[in-house]
Design a protein around this ligand. Structure first.
Ligand code: SF4
Ligand code: SF4
Length: 383
């Protein structure tokens, strides 16, 4: 298992994590089998947004004696009212649901207290106006929550939350198809349905790319939901690329975005755990997604997807990596030391570019690669 860190934290988080979204209605024994199989493979992070009491209890029983080996994302603002899941900013309801989570898990702390599902400007304002943020701060101060985080699907809103400097972790939806939708930030259903693709309005989302870079620079870790596009990317009939992606391609795509520490996958069975573990260790060749995601019809807007479809380069430059490090340097700002160190560790750097132009011809996203290499050579200097 690959373990990742993030600058604001000290935890070593497994690059493959889990979420329990499919465990509602499942027998206790099956939930325990899935959790134990994942832990046996090295998984050490679990997202627990689901407020359904019986699932919380089943998870608590499965984690008995193993609690300290699992980082838990517990959500503030997801409740179960009259038999129904509800998002809430009612403090009494949030607090009751959070206390219920602690009791059912038989624990006195949650590793990451996540403010649940902040997707619109109104919800963002409400997080602060309702007292939800204050409640989260108080829980952190008292040691019930170790770190603060939030979950969101909207890059514009998420960016504003990261900019507050209050959060260490962000749970965000990332996959290749959603990253090519730069229009439906406030309409989650449209994103889920890949509406940009049916509307013929597909281009790399600058806001999403900028958010990942912002997190990497701020040291905020990203845990990923929807890496498989709710399963729709895995089938020819539902993938907007016209061809199914493999689990390995989806996992790799998300892990290659800046700031990402873990893919949280909602396993339905032990078999699915084993499949994901195996997919995670696939060779780079097998999990290469570049040909697939570049086969669609989209507007090239010059933003790099780090897909490496432009290779081979006669100077052996890892063009995607150079572009990624370049994107991590905010305009006009000094080069962060960690980014400079990663760049210098590359086997071949941008100053080795011989301006042959072959990458630019092959890049389907219209990235001005030669100009980027020249920029990187100036910015990072030569070794
Ligand atoms: S320059 Fe183009 S082909 Fe190369 S990694 Fe970036 S998006 Fe992919
Ligand atoms: S233009 Fe530069 S980066 Fe692109 S393929 Fe040629 S040598 Fe490599």
């Amino acid at each position: 298992m690959d373990y990742r860190t993030y600058a604001r934290g000290t935890e070593k988080i497994s690059a493959l994590g889990m979420g329990g979204e499919h465990w509602v209605g499942m027998p206790d024994g099956d939930v325990a089998d899935i959790i134990h199989a994942a832990m046996g493979a090295g998984v050490n992070i679990l997202d627990l947004f689901m407020p359904q009491p019986d699932v919380r209890s089943a998870i608590g029983r499965a984690l008995k004696g193993r609690r300290s080996r699992m980082y838990i994302q517990g959500h503030l603002g997801a409740t179960f009212q009259n038999g129904q899941y509800e998002k809430t900013r009612n403090i009494a309801q949030s607090k009751t649901a959070f206390d219920d989570l602690l009791a059912r898990l038989d624990t006195d702390y949650i590793d990451f207290g996540m403010i649940h599902f902040v997707d619109t400007e109104a919800e963002l304002a409400d997080v602060f106006a309702s007292g939800t943020m204050e409640m989260a701060r108080t829980l952190k101060k008292s040691g019930v929550i170790n770190r603060l985080g939030f979950s969101s699907h909207n890059p514009v809103i998420a960016s504003k939350l990261v900019a507050t400097g209050e959060f260490d972790l962000m749970m965000f939806s990332i996959n290749a198809a959603w990253d090519m939708d730069s229009t439906h930030y406030e309409d989650l259903d449209a994103v889920i349905e890949f509406k940009a693709f049916t509307e013929g309005n597909v281009s790399v989302s600058g806001a999403r790319a900028a958010l990942y870079a912002q997190c990497a620079n701020a040291g905020v870790g990203i845990t990923v939901m929807k890496a498989l596009g709710a399963g729709r990317l895995l089938h020819d009939a539902t993938s907007p690329f016209g061809k199914a992606m493999t689990v390995g391609q989806c996992l790799r795509y998300a892990l290659e975005r800046p700031g990402v520490v873990s893919n949280l996958i909602g396993y339905r069975s032990v078999d699915e755990v084993n499949q994901a573990v195996q997919a995670q260790t696939e060779s780079a060749e097998k999990s290469d997604y570049s040909a697939l995601i570049t086969s669609g019809r989209f507007t090239a807007n010059g933003l790099c997807m780090y897909c490496n479809h432009c290779l081979p380069c006669p100077s052996m430059i890892d063009i995607a990596a150079v572009n990624k490090y370049l994107d991590l340097v905010p305009a006009g700002a000094p080069v962060p030391a960690t980014v400079a160190a990663h760049y210098r560790a590359l086997e071949h750097t941008a100053d080795e570019c011989v301006i042959c132009g072959s990458c630019q011809e092959k890049c389907p996203f219209g990235v001005p690669v030669m100009r980027k290499m020249a920029e990187a050579a100036v910015l990072f200097g030569s070794r």
